[in-house]
Design a protein around this ligand. Structure first.
Ligand code: GLU
Length: 475
């Protein structure tokens, strides 16, 4: 940790896939803690696991983080005082630390084959013992090690976990978490290809980069005692840890899953959620302001975020609540920004149509991806059944009369809403029935934005043509 009290946090994603929405929350908390005190937020790519490397993932991780407006102060693209910020470019840096551990006998060479390790694990399993390395190679003499290396035998370097010690991992939210070292495996620190594992590289980097606070998912809790030991081996100060909970599905079936929708940070943007709304929603999944206040801009959150108000209990990822936030944020958009999103999600829409529809839709939509489906009728004749047209039990003759009389009004689009309402009144038609017939005739579906208000965006000719199609269907 830094000798001064500067807060430095880091997000250290592995480019093994897309940024999960839970990862985005970790990142947001990292960002807030650093920014509120004038500290630094660092982006570091942990790509030492080349088997799990996914092409393009690093680029996408960085891009999506920027789309959410969570910019870093040091990172792979912008550099910084502790560059490089990509672990595969730091391999030379790790060498002297590996040697230090070997020299201090806190790490050792292991030449065991995968087959032997499997055998050992199976025997331990059968004896209902903890499955861990049996330290077969710990007994090797320096000469034996040298000979094996000379003979080209592959090896890994393992951490020598001390026997029967209690390791206390301090978590700022969970308190002290205790582990007995007898339950911990002699972790591989350097793989057979000579590349350090995440455990070693992350500890060295967090120390060298003067990281003061480590936020990460609770799945890393079992690794933390190994990390704490490594800090002790090197004589370094341990950063402050916060292990964040997972998100839960609302159906009570555990961890948030894809069954209910997107789980990646980018997918929420693709679905038409606004970044501001997603951030506001996830900031409250694991933290509360201690007041009833729910709406926070990113900057307000940065000011108010505090470690004291982090939760121990896993939050439910309630998509309905996210929809609610998104609706609120959509209504706050300027018409110009609303138009930009509109165009992005419905590329065929013209500027005039955007102008007509913005006031109608801005008040109603939940997310932008819904627009494509509900405005399909503007660009194509949606095929529907006669039954749908008569959904409310309307007599076909009456439906024909309704549509024919409506058609007569369409020579003039002025005051159309008012004139249509008068028509319904004069004829004593049931309003619900009338609008269902008209809506299906125009849109081909039973649920749409207010149909009459959308007609100017459809245009006179198209409106008349769609009514003719419906009249034909009713014959
Ligand atoms: N590279 C690890 C990951 O992808 C980071 C874990 C940590 O933050 O220490 O989740």
């Amino acid at each position: 940790m830094s000798s001064t009290s500067t807060i430095r946090t880091r997000m250290a994603p592995s480019p093994t896939g897309e940024l999960h929405i839970g990862g985005l929350r970790t990142l947001l908390y990292d960002y807030a803690l650093a920014k509120q005190s004038g500290g630094q937020f660092i982006m570091r790519i942990e790509d030492t696991d080349q088997k799990r490397y996914v092409a393009g993932a690093e680029k996408r991780l960085l891009e999506v983080t920027k789309k959410y407006g969570l910019n870093w102060d040091e990172g792979p693209d912008i550099g910084g005082p502790y560059a490089p910020y990509v672990q595969s470019k730091r391999l030379d840096i790790y060498q002297k630390y590996i040697q230090e551990l070997l020299d201090k006998k806190l790490a050792y060479h292991c030449f065991c084959t995968a087959d032997r390790l499997k055998e050992v694990h199976e025997l331990q399993k059968a004896a209902k013992k903890i499955q861990k390395y049996d330290r077969h190679c710990l007994q090797l003499s320096p000469l034996e090690i040298e000979t094996k290396i000379k003979n080209g035998q592959t090896f890994v370097i393992r951490m020598k976990i001390p026997d029967n010690q209690t390791i206390i991992c301090q978590d700022l939210v969970r308190g002290d978490i205790k582990f007995n070292t007898n339950d911990i495996d002699d972790q591989v620190l350097v793989k057979s290809n000579g590349i350090p594992t995440y455990h070693l590289a992350a500890v060295i980097d967090d120390h060298l980069m003067k990281i003061s606070h480590v936020f990460r998912g609770e799945e890393w809790i079992s690794s933390t005692p190994k990390h704490v030991l490594l800090y002790q081996f090197f004589g370094w100060e341990v950063p402050k840890f916060v292990h964040l909970t997972v998100f839960l599905d609302p159906d009570g079936h555990g961890k948030m899953s894809k069954r209910h929708g997107s789980t990646h940070a980018q997918a929420f943007l693709d679905d038409g959620y606004l970044p501001e709304a997603v951030l506001n929603f996830i900031m409250l999944l694991g933290w509360n302001p201690g007041t009833e206040k729910e709406l926070f801009t990113k900057d307000e959150f940065v000011k108010e975020f505090s470690l004291d108000h982090l939760h121990k209990k896993a939050p439910i990822f309630d998509r309905k609540k996210l929809d609610y936030f998104n609706g609120l944020y959509i209504r706050q958009l300027s018409d110009q920004n609303f138009g930009k999103y509109f165009k992005k999600f419905v590329s065929q829409i013209s500027d005039d149509q955007i102008k007509t529809l913005t006031p109608i839709l801005k008040e109603r939509i939940v997310k932008f991806s819904d627009l494509k489906e509900s405005l399909k009728f503007l660009f194509e004749d949606v095929v529907y059944d006669k039954e749908l047209l008569l959904k409310k039990g309307t007599d076909p003759k009456l439906a024909t009369e309704m549509l024919s009389k409506t058609k007569e009004l369409l020579s003039d689009f002025n005051n159309l809403s008012e004139r249509i309402l008068n028509l319904v009144k004069e004829n004593n038609w049931n309003t619900g029935e009338y609008f269902m017939v008209l809506r299906v005739a125009i849109c081909g579906v039973a649920f749409t934005p207010p149909v009459v208000e959308c007609l100017p965006a459809l245009g006179q000719d198209n409106t008349i043509r769609k009514i003719d199609i419906a009249l034909d269907l009713l014959k």
